[in-house]
Design a protein around this ligand. Structure first.
Ligand code: FAD
Length: 439
């Protein structure tokens, strides 16, 4: 039996973030990881997809000079691997600190203070579960499994498929749709709901979808997939059945927490199908045990996992912090990009809130014109006291613009105060300032 201060199960952004932070604050840490460090984010999530979306941006830029330009997919794959390996080396270096031990293996609970792999047993007063999530398969009859992939398999594909059907118009589905359309695939998206990206302001989401439609992506909204066979994907829309054939089919219908094999019952840790139940400090129902990141099902984003890691370690050490997880910016790296933080206009309306909504457009902005990126819109939401409570946007570099509003929301800034803040000219950030000036 090996004793330590803190055991962390999972070496993704939640797990390695918690390990690095806890070690800096003086704890001895054991991280148990069954696969490669870096987790979903680094190996099969944020990093490879953003490497591909960057390649798509470059290809689009090249096409302005040469409309016949095509993608060298083998080069893209090599670069994807290089980026992953470089970042993975960085995480391995972080986890090689003297007070951290990285153990390879699949961990499960023996009791509330004991965790084991096949080879070794570990004991600690504090345990953080950071086992992440995996693709959730919909209850569809699938008779042709060869062409059906999750995002993980699609990221390992060795060529650009001629045609790609994507089931699900959430963040992952939309990002891959945008990337593969640019790479040259014929892309079809089938979605059960009325609109894509349900957490985004519906006006912004619709404009983004229309923009992607204009570029050649077929969307079938309010369509329920009934079967995947050798003939293709069959779906029902408004009582009519249709089948779309495709070389590759991506299932992007959401993700579920990785709970299997952990034997949570052995430690008495409460969980639901959505994830491990936690309070605001990331504490589970079992004293001394925390659950952070995708596995608690609160917000499946890498930066949420990283910040929850800090909260959990602070709680272990009795430190206070002022992290406000309700202000959680997020981005969709499609073309055009979209991003949001805080309340949407739909939410304010549905709750009957008193609010103001100011709309700004990229087409009036000098930098956007210079960049030939005039498509885009910002919605800035304030409450009845004028406090900024949300911002939803689509257009070039929306994520960076939303980051500014996110920081201002953390400081409780009002529209009046935003008006008094100087913005560099010419920048896309001026769109935010101009929008705040609307009375
Ligand atoms: P993970 O990163 O999933 O890490 C969990 C780790 O635990 C894994 O390495 C796993 O092997 C290990 N593990 C599991 N069970 C055990 C066990 N029993 N014993 C030992 N080890 C175990 N988020 C963003 O913020 N921005 C993006 O742009 C973005 N893009 C994405 C694109 C895709 C295609 C996908 C799939 C996800 C994307 N995400 C993005 C989400 C992001 O990847 C996750 O939110 C993030 O990785 C969660 O971090 P985590 O530490 O909770 O879990």
């Amino acid at each position: 039996m090996t004793k330590t201060d803190l055991i962390i199960i999972g070496g993704g952004p939640g797990g390695y973030g918690a390990a690095g932070y806890a070690a800096r604050l003086g704890l001895d840490v054991i991280v148990i990881e069954q696969a490669s460090v870096g987790g979903t984010c680094l190996n099969v999530g944020c990093i490879p997809t953003k490497t591909w979306s960057h390649e798509a941006d470059i290809l689009r830029a090249r096409r302005t000079a040469d409309p016949t330009a095509t993608i060298d997919f083998q080069r893209v794959r090599r670069r994807q691997q290089e980026v992953i390996e470089q970042l993975r080396n960085g995480v391995e270096t972080l986890l090689s600190a003297p007070s951290i031990r990285l153990v390879k293996g699949k961990a499960h609970f023996i009791d509330a203070h004991t965790v084991a792999t096949d080879e070794e047993t570990f004991e600690a007063k504090h345990i953080i579960i950071a086992t992440g999530s995996e693709a959730k398969m919909p209850p569809i009859a699938i008779t042709d499994t060869q062409r059906v992939m999750t995002s993980t398999e699609l990221l390992a594909i060795d060529h650009v498929p001629e045609s790609l059907v994507i089931i699900g118009a959430g963040v992952i589905g939309m990002e891959f749709a945008s990337i593969f359309q640019t790479f040259g695939s014929k892309v079809t998206v089938i979605e059960y709901l009325k609109e894509c990206l349900p957490t985004l302001d519906s006006d912004i989401a619709k404009r983004l979808r229309k923009s992607m439609e204009k570029r050649g992506i077929d969307f079938h909204m309010q369509a329920g997939v009934t079967a995947i066979t050798a003939n293709g994907v069959t779906f029902e829309r408004k009582g009519k059945q249709q089948t779309v054939s495709a070389e590759a089919i991506l299932i992007a219908t959401g993700r579920k927490p990785c709970l299997e094999n952990l034997r949570l019952e052995a430690a008495g840790i409460a969980f639901t199908a959505k994830g491990i139940t936690v309070d605001e400090q990331m504490r589970t129902s079992c004293q001394g045990i925390y659950a952070i990141g995708d596995v608690n099902g609160q917000t499946m984003l890498a930066h949420a996992a990283s910040m929850q890691a800090i909260i959990a370690v602070n709680n272990i050490l009795g430190r206070t912090d002022h992290i406000d997880l309700s202000i959680m910016p997020s981005a969709i790296f499609t073309y055009p990009e979209a991003a949001s933080v805080g309340l949407s206009e739909d939410f304010c309306e549905a709750k009957g809130m008193e609010y103001t909504c100011r709309k700004g457009f990229f087409r009036a902005n000098g930098k956007a014109m210079a960049m030939e990126e005039t498509e885009g819109m910002v919605k800035l939401i304030a409450d009845s006291d004028g406090k900024v409570v949300g911002c939803h946007a689509f257009g070039a570099h929306s994520a960076d613009m939303i980051q500014e509003i996110s920081s201002l929301m953390c400081m409780g800034v009002t529209i009046e105060q935003l008006r008094d803040m100087v913005h560099i000219h010419p920048t896309l950030g001026e769109i935010l300032h101009d929008t705040s000036m609307i009375s």
